[in-house]
Ligand binder design. Structure first.
Ligand code: ZN
Length: 307
């Protein structure tokens, strides 16, 4: 039983339409699921990913319209690192972002930039053989596309506190706060950086939690293992697209362990993912109340098709 790297990363946006413009229109991801926050169905929960919305490529946003900006601090993920194929791809993204007025910085051959709400991203040339998980945006050549997550960087005041739990979860390494978690198919990096002094603030452009992929649905067994390792996991929660347990690791980062399936084709055909508002069965009877209250979202791909 081992974790197959990152399953998804969930963040907060104050502006869902602008969020779609950036992640679909600029970064070329696919909107694979348009649903509502299961804890507050008046707001969107948007999922972006590769063309099939596979674990390892899923970036999700809870919308809190007009939310103030967040600030990453101790116990929070502060940067998302994506894989790309080559130095040419790094150059492609540098040009594409610059053309759209987005500032970039190249550090050690990697490209850094912020989303419109300040969430930090970095593109790195892939150093592993994991299957590339790429979107199929009409204006992003396949060989240039983002290929899924390489890892995340989080802030900690005392990363040594997290060692025992990460070891119990099968993470390896740990030198200078740099961990890897790898299963049979995929792996991801998880790295701690020294936390800034300022108090963290959860808000627009900040990461809420990071989910790792358990592959099969062994959530009860993982929960047992977590308790044995001294963590305080939630009960197993059925998120319809996956089953999850949540807990805070000792540095304060909110972790989720999510099952690989059933995935986003549980309620939509693969070719029509994300086109209509998906509601889990419990919320379906409320569709007529929920749907009109949500803002309409742009469709950058159909625009790029016409261009
Ligand atoms: Zn989650």
């Amino acid at each position: 039983m081992s974790l197959e790297g990152i399953h998804h990363i969930s963040a907060i946006t104050g502006n869902a339409p602008a969020n779609v413009e950036f992640y679909v229109g600029v970064l070329g991801l696919r909107l694979v699921k348009k649903t509502v926050n299961q804890d507050d169905p008046t707001v969107y929960h948007l999922f972006y990913g590769d063309e099939r919305g596979r674990p390892g490529s899923e970036l999700t946003f809870f919308e809190y319209p007009g939310a103030g900006s967040g600030r990453a601090g101790a116990g929070m993920v502060h940067r998302i690192v994506w894989r790309v194929a080559s130095a040419e791809a790094i150059g492609f993204w540098k040009n594409r972002l610059t053309e759209r007025g987005i500032a970039t910085e190249t550090v050690g051959g990697r490209l850094r930039f912020l989303d419109p709400e300040g969430l930090a991203h970095e593109l790195a040339i892939s150093a592993v053989d994991d299957e590339p998980l790429a979107g199929g945006a009409p204006d992003v050549p396949r060989e240039m596309a983002l290929q899924g997550f390489d890892g995340v960087r989080a802030y900690s005041r005392d990363p040594a506190r997290s060692e025992a739990l990460l070891n119990a979860l099968g993470f390896s390494g740990g030198e200078d706060g740099a961990w890897e978690v790898r299963g049979d198919e995929r792996g991801s990096l998880f790295t701690y950086d020294p936390a800034p002094e300022e108090r963290p603030r959860q808000g627009a452009g900040s990461v809420h939690h990071i989910a790792f992929n358990t592959g099969s649905e062994d959530q009860d067994e993982w929960r047992r293992r977590l308790i044995e390792a001294g963590a305080w996991p939630t009960p197993v929660i059925d998120r319809f697209y996956f089953r999850s347990v949540y807990f805070r690791e000792p540095s304060g980062v909110l972790f989720e362990l999510a099952s690989g399936g059933p995935g986003f084709t549980a309620d939509e055909e693969a070719e029509h993912l994300g086109e209509r508002l998906s509601l889990p069965p419990d919320f379906e009877p409320l569709r007529e109340t929920i749907e009109p209250a949500l803002r309409s979202l742009p469709d950058p791909r159909s625009r790029a098709d016409r261009a």
